[in-house]
Structure formats: C-alpha cells, structure tokens
Design a binder for this molecule. Structure first.
Ligand SMILES: Nc1nc2c(ncn2[C@@H]2O[C@H](COP(=O)(O)OP(=O)(O)OP(=O)(O)O)[C@@H](O)[C@H]2O)c(=O)[nH]1
Ligand SMILES: [Mg+2]
Length: 249
C-alpha cells in the first residue's frame, strides 16, 4: 500500500502525478497504447489496491495476465492503518500516537474513504519513537516493510502457476534518495535470484516509467509467437474427385 502503483500507471497513461494520490479501492482499470518498431501493444492495466482487505481480490486481476509489476517503495515505508473499523476506545488510544508521530515530522497521511486514515512511517524513524509508542504500534500488527511485502507478492505470483507471466520488480520513489532504506543492489540481487526484471522508478520525476512499460512491451512481443495475418490457401489434395472448398484462416 502507498508504494506508488497508481502513480506509476497515471504517469504512463496520462503523464500526470499527484502529490496526494487517493488510495485505490478494489482496483482501477487503465489502457494505453505503445508502438514499438516490431508491433503496437495495447496495455490493459489492472491497478490493484494495496490495502490488505482487498488482497483476496488480487487473483482475479493477475490470473490470465501477460505481465505483472510488483512495486515497492525504496524509502521502505511501513504502513500503519488506523481508525476505520476500530472501536471508539481504540481509536481514542490511537489518535494521540498518530499525532505524536506527525509532530515528529515522520511520514504522511493518506485519506482512505471517509472514516479511515492511513499513516505511513519510515521504519528507522519508528525506532526513534518512545518505547511505549512502539509497543502500542506493534501490538496492532499492521506494520509491514514494503520490500518484505513485495517479496511476498512475488512468491504469490510465482505460485499461481503461470510460468509465462513476465514479472517486473519496480523500486519506486527513487527521487527520495535522502530517505532511501533499500539499496539498489538489494533490489537488483533479489530480482536476479528470482528471475525478475528490475528497474528503479519515480512516478514523480517520471524516471524509468516509460522505460518500464517499454521493456514489458518488448518482452511481450518476444514471448508471443508472431501470428501470420491473412489467409492460407491450400490446394485441394484430398482423395476422390470431390470438389473441396479451399481456404482456412
Ligand atoms: N516522492 C514520490 N512520491 C510518490 C511516488 N509515487 C507515489 N508517490 C506518492 O505516494 C503516495 C501513494 O501513492 P499511490 O500511487 O496512491 O500508491 P498505491 O501503491 O497506488 O497505493 P494503494 O492504492 O493504497 O495500494 C501518494 O501520495 C503519491 O503522491 C514517487 O515516485 N515519488
Ligand atoms: Mg493505488
């Protein structure tokens, strides 16, 4: 969640970037056409929601997909989901923690619907937070490092049994170099070990975004055997003197 999936797609499809991109509910669908020398590719893109509650929907979108892009955030944000379905008691307990973290200038808020707020906090910054707060945060078990989470998605995609799925790993938010927590070589090495294509991207600066989709397109063209167009004409070689119609497409 919050790694920049929607932002990458919007950058590719519309050439735009929003500083306050709404968290995706369910999934969103986009299309874009890319022309290569060899072929023109029409992308049908399912942008899935990163929030855990939508996880069970994901197979509907990746099953049958020709390619998948797993996106993590190089600043390795951990996600703390607050409020929403929590009881007023827990919410009252939780709000001061969020307030305290935001006072320390850690992370930022993303609005998710009317009632719910997500708070994104860099992992290392959490360590600096008072011990009591860390305990409170951990006890809600909502924290996950985005690189660790990305690896779980890769495993899930590998297990879903489509050996032809072209898989990319995108290390996004490369513009936030000063907040980097996951090294380029970490992402690269993991990708190499798992047979994934790897790129560091930034939806904000557009770094490697078109390149990402261009690389996917190139691999798609390679992996799909070229279909002859038009008709094949066969000579009527069958036995007997029966007159046969000639054509198959
Ligand atoms: N600096 C920076 N911020 C980014 C980048 N990509 C996305 N963001 C910001 O990160 C936040 C989350 O981006 P989204 O595109 O909504 O992330 P997502 O992965 O679609 O999130 P979910 O839909 O909740 O799964 C937004 O506030 C974006 O503006 C990037 O490359 N650089
Ligand atoms: Mg999204």
């Amino acid at each position: 969640m919050g790694t920049g999936k929607t932002s990458l797609v919007l950058r590719f499809v519309k050439g735009q970037f929003l500083d306050y991109q709404e968290s995706t509910i369910g999934a969103a669908f986009f299309t874009q056409v890319l022309s290569l020398n060899e072929a023109t590719i029409k992308f049908d893109i399912w942008d899935t929601a990163g929030q855990e509650r939508y996880h069970s929907l994901a197979p509907m979108y990746y099953r049958g997909a020709a390619a998948a892009v797993v996106v993590y955030d190089i600043t390795s944000m951990v996600t703390i989901i607050s409020q929403g379905l929590m009881s007023p008691f827990i919410q009252g307990y939780w709000d001061p923690i969020i307030w305290e973290l935001s006072q320390m200038g850690i992370g930022h808020h993303v609005r998710v619907g009317l009632k719910e707020t997500s708070f994104l906090v860099p992992k290392l910054a959490l360590i600096k937070v008072a011990a009591g707060l860390v305990t409170a945060v951990r006890s809600l078990k909502q924290i996950e490092d985005s690189f660790v989470r990305a690896k779980k998605w890769v495993l899930e995609l590998q297990r879903q049994g489509n050996p032809n799925l072209i898989m990319f790993l995108a290390a996004n938010k490369a513009d936030l170099e000063e907040k980097r927590k996951v090294g380029v070589e970490d992402g690269e090495q993991y990708a190499k070990e798992n047979g994934l294509f790897f790129l560091e991207t930034s939806a904000k600066t557009a770094q490697n975004v078109n390149e990402l989709f261009y690389e996917i397109a190139k691999r798609l063209v390679k992996s799909i055997p070229s279909r002859p167009t038009g008709m094949k004409l066969h000579r009527g070689t069958r036995e007997s003197g029966r007159r046969l119609f000639c054509c198959s497409v």
